[in-house]
Design a protein around this ligand. Structure first.
Ligand SMILES: O=C(O)CCC(=O)C(=O)O
Ligand SMILES: [Fe+2]
Length: 383
């Protein structure tokens, strides 16, 4: 009985209960969901499909890339809705966006910078990475920090020629964090991300416009409603010079389980899908770049060596750039679907993306964080 109630919650809307139950392939007797997650069909780049909404509106879903599976819908939001979200975020207050990651990245970064694969980093290797800007700002600072502290302690640059992964692990994270925030204040533009943001949490939001947008996203993505209802919503503003270096939206940096709650320790936020809206027209710049979209092969080392992550420098070299336009939605999958579990599978490594520098004007975006937890059934049953 309890399970039936959960299923009914899950299938919202009039008349679609049967279809919904069918889609979920719910076995009401055993109480098990054998729900299979589905991605939208891309067909091929340039393909346009109509999406009919309940209110009669027809949206045009256009495939921009098959790898990653990426779509755009122009006019997804009306200008009134955009203006509403912008004023909502402004009235809540906008804070500087921070992307300081201090765990799980050091040893992998070491591997990527270790040009001659001798398991340690020479000062030359670090300097090469720093000066060629092939690593993100935050990593650069970690190395600088390490070199400086070594320099201070030994009073002599010579002889300090190697940093091992073990040594990197010993950096005092508190010192580093203080150093980073001081640096960030002096050189905001050097951060891997330079923007302001505000959050809208669905569980505490009573905003009607936000609800309507949530429902539209459910209709378009055809994801289980609970998935959208649990999605936090982030409004981001970039001023001139604002940017966001290429990154992947889902956190695969550690092996702790995926969760959806904020501030829970020992779990990470994983994002199946990203739905990004442009809330205004940008005078110049500010596109969303997908540096490796459509490539046949993926090589992270190459991505870094070619500086493709540093979008302050190499936006023009990105394979694909989506231009901002008021009301447009960009939709992509950060993960594949695992056929055997019917739930979220491996990360789509082609989903690297970021925001190119805004050259003139301001850029406002809003962003659904469509998250999931590892336990499919518990996630779907949860309210
Ligand atoms: O600003 C953009 O176009 C991209 C933003 C983004 O990737 C993000 O907020 O995760
Ligand atoms: Fe992103």
């Amino acid at each position: 009985q309890e399970t039936n109630a959960q299923i009914d919650d899950f299938c919202t809307g009039d008349g679609d209960t049967l279809e919904c139950a069918d889609k979920l392939k719910v076995n009401r007797h055993s109480g098990l969901y054998s729900f299979t997650l589905k991605q939208l069909e891309g067909v091929q780049v340039g393909h346009v499909q109509d999406v009919s909404l309940e209110d009669g509106t027809i949206l045009k879903l256009k495939t921009l890339s098959m790898k990653p599976l990426l779509f755009e819908i122009r006019g997804f939001l009306s200008s009134l809705e955009c203006a509403h979200l912008m004023s909502l975020a402004s009235s809540q207050g906008l804070e500087e966006s921070l992307t300081v990651r201090t765990d799980g990245m050091k040893s992998s970064s070491v591997k990527l910078l270790d040009i001659n694969s001798d398991q340690r980093l020479s000062v030359n290797e670090i300097e090469k990475a720093v000066f060629e800007n092939s690593i993100t700002w935050i990593e650069t600072i970690i190395y600088y920090f390490f070199i400086i502290s070594r320099f201070l302690y030994t009073e002599c640059y010579q002889g300090v020629s190697f940093i091992t992964p073990e040594e990197l692990q010993q950096i005092d994270v508190n010192d580093l964090t203080n150093y980073l925030s001081a640096f960030a204040k002096i050189h905001p533009i050097k951060q891997s991300r330079y923007s302001k943001q505000s959050w809208l949490y669905p569980d505490s939001s009573t905003d009607d416009v936000f609800r309507q947008i949530q429902n539209r996203v459910i209709e378009v993505t055809r994801l289980p409603p609970v998935m959208i209802k649990k999605s936090d919503f982030q409004v981001v503003v970039y001023d001139e010079g604002g940017h966001y270096n290429a990154h992947q939206d889902s956190d695969t940096s550690s092996s702790v389980p995926c969760c959806t709650q904020k501030r829970r320790t020992n779990c990470r936020i994983c994002r199946f899908m990203t739905v990004l809206f442009y809330l205004n027209d940008v005078t110049e710049g500010g596109g969303t770049a997908f540096p490796v979209a459509g490539n046949d092969t993926y090589d992270e080392q190459e991505l870094r060596v070619k500086h493709l992550i540093n979008l302050q420098q190499s936006c023009d070299e990105a394979n694909l750039i989506v231009q901002p336009e008021l009301g447009k939605a960009v939709i992509w999958y950060n993960h594949h679907v695992d056929e055997s579990t019917g739930w979220i599978g491996a990360m789509d490594v082609m989903s690297w993306h970021g925001g190119c520098p805004v050259i003139r004007g301001q850029k406002w975006i809003a962003n659904f964080w469509i998250k999931y937890a590892d336990d499919k059934e518990a996630f779907l049953a949860d309210e």
